[in-house]
Design a protein around this ligand. Sequence first.
Ligand code: BES
Ligand code: MN
Ligand code: ZN
Length: 485
Amino acid sequence: MDFKTSTAGTATTVAADALLVIVASAEAAAALEKPLADEFARALRDGDLDAKPAQVLYAHRVAGVKAARVAFAFAGGATARAFRRALAAGLAALKGGGARTLAVCPAGFGTLSASHGEAVAVVAAEATYLYRETKPSAPTPSRLKTLTVVCTDKAEAGAVAEGLRTGEALAEGVTLAREWANRPGNHCTPTHLAQQALAMARSHGLKVEVLERKDCEKLGMGSFLAVAQGSEQPPKFIVMRWMGSAKADAPVVLVGKGITFDTGGISLKPAAEMDEMKFDMGGAASVLGTMAAVARLKAQVNLVGIVVATENMPSGRAVKPGDVVTSMSGQTIEILNTDAEGRLILCDALTYAERFKPAAVVDIATLTGACVIALGHHRSGLFSPDDALAAELQAAGDAAFDPAWRLPLDDEYDEALKSNFADLGNVGGRAGGAVTAAMFLKRFAGKLRWAHLDIAGTAWKSGAAKGATGRPVPLLTHFVLGRAR
Ligand code: BES
Ligand code: MN
Ligand code: ZN
C-alpha cells in the first residue's frame, strides 16, 4: 500500500474511492462539514450508530461527499489509543469493499502529529496482511492500494508524512516477522531462515554471515549444538549487521530464539496444540523484522541481529535428560529437561555477543509457558538487572503500543538452578518458571548490559485468529531508533 498526505481538499471534496472519518467525540462530529455532520447525526438519532469506542457506521453515496463510500469510526476520546482502535475498526469495515483509494480524515484530535501518521501505516498493514504462502486460494486480498491522510496545512502534513515513513518501515518489519513465523515448520527450517536473511541482506544493504554446525563446533557452542543434534535439519547461527553509524560506535545486539519447531525433544510435549510450536522462532522473526525496519529507515545506529536457528527433535541421536554439555562460556549444564531448549541455544549466543563489545544486548524468545500464565497475552515479560535499560525498553513498548512488563531477577531465584553434576541445571521447577529461565540466561550475560524479553504470550494468537502477531518488532524498532543519532 502507498501512503500519502494531502492538503488539497477537505473530507467532502477529497478525491478517493472511500472516506474514513475518525471521530474523536460527538462534538467533533457536530463540527464536521455539513453533509458529514448531518449523516452522523441522523445515524445516531435513528439508532444506527452507537457513540461508543470503535463503533463504525458505513454509508454509501452520501449527498455532498465526493467519495462514494463513507465510514465513520467513533473513537470516544482523543488519545492515541482511542485513535488506533477506531482506525482499526474503520479499516476492517472498508478493506473488503471495492475501494482502491482511501482517504482518512481524523476529526477532533487536534493538530495531527507524526505518531498519528505512524499509527495509520502500522494499523493499515496490520489490517490488510494475508497469509498466502501455503494457502494461495485464501480469501481475496484487500483492493486498497493508496491511503491518503487529509491534513489541514503543510506543517501538519509534514509531521504526518514523517510518521507515515516510520510507520511504513515498522509495518514492513512486522509483516515480515508475521510471515516467517506463520510458515509451517516443514517450510520454515533453519536453512530457510538463513536464506531469508541472505535475501534481506541484498535487498536492505545488510551484512550477513551464516555459521554452520562446524563453525559452531569450533567456537565451542556445545549447548546450542546439543539441542540441534536430534534434528535432520542442519542448524544455522545467523549474524546480521546494519552499520548506520560510525564504526567505533558500540552496537545494539538483538538475539532471537529460532526454534523452527519445538517438539520438546526426548522430554516430548503432549499432542494438543503442538502445531503452535512452529511459532517458536517468533523471537528470531522479530530480530529479522527489526533489522529490516531499521535498515529501511537508514537509521544512524549500529545494530547486530543474531538468529540462533534449529529444530528441537527427539531421535536416537538426540540429547537426553541428565546429559551434561559444555557451553561456549565454559560453564557446564545438566540438561534435566530437553524441552527447556530455548535457554540452551540462547546462552551460547549471549557469549558470542561479547565479541561485539555491545552497548546493550536484548534477547527475544518464546521462552516459557510460565510467562503466559503470569502475564497472559497483552504484555511481554521484560527482565533486566539494569534499571535504566529496563525503563528504556518499557517506554519503547508503551510508545509503540507493544507493551512489556518487568519481572524480577533477584539472586534468591538462582537457587533453583543448582545441579549436583554440572555448574547449573537447565530447569528450576514449576514455581516462577519465567523467572528461573531468565536467571539461567543471566548466568551467561556476564558483564553485558543485558535484557531479556519473554514473548511466549505475545508472539502469536491461538484459536480462530491463529497466527503470528509480529510482536515485539514495534517495541524493538522504537528502542533501536531511540538510540540512533
Ligand atoms: N517454546 C516453549 C515455551 C512455550 C510453551 C511458549 C507454550 C508458548 C507456549 C519452551 O521451549 C518450553 O517448552 N518451555 C518449557 C520449559 C519447562 C520445561 C521448564 C515450558 O514452558 O513448559
Ligand atoms: Mn521447549
Ligand atoms: Zn521452545
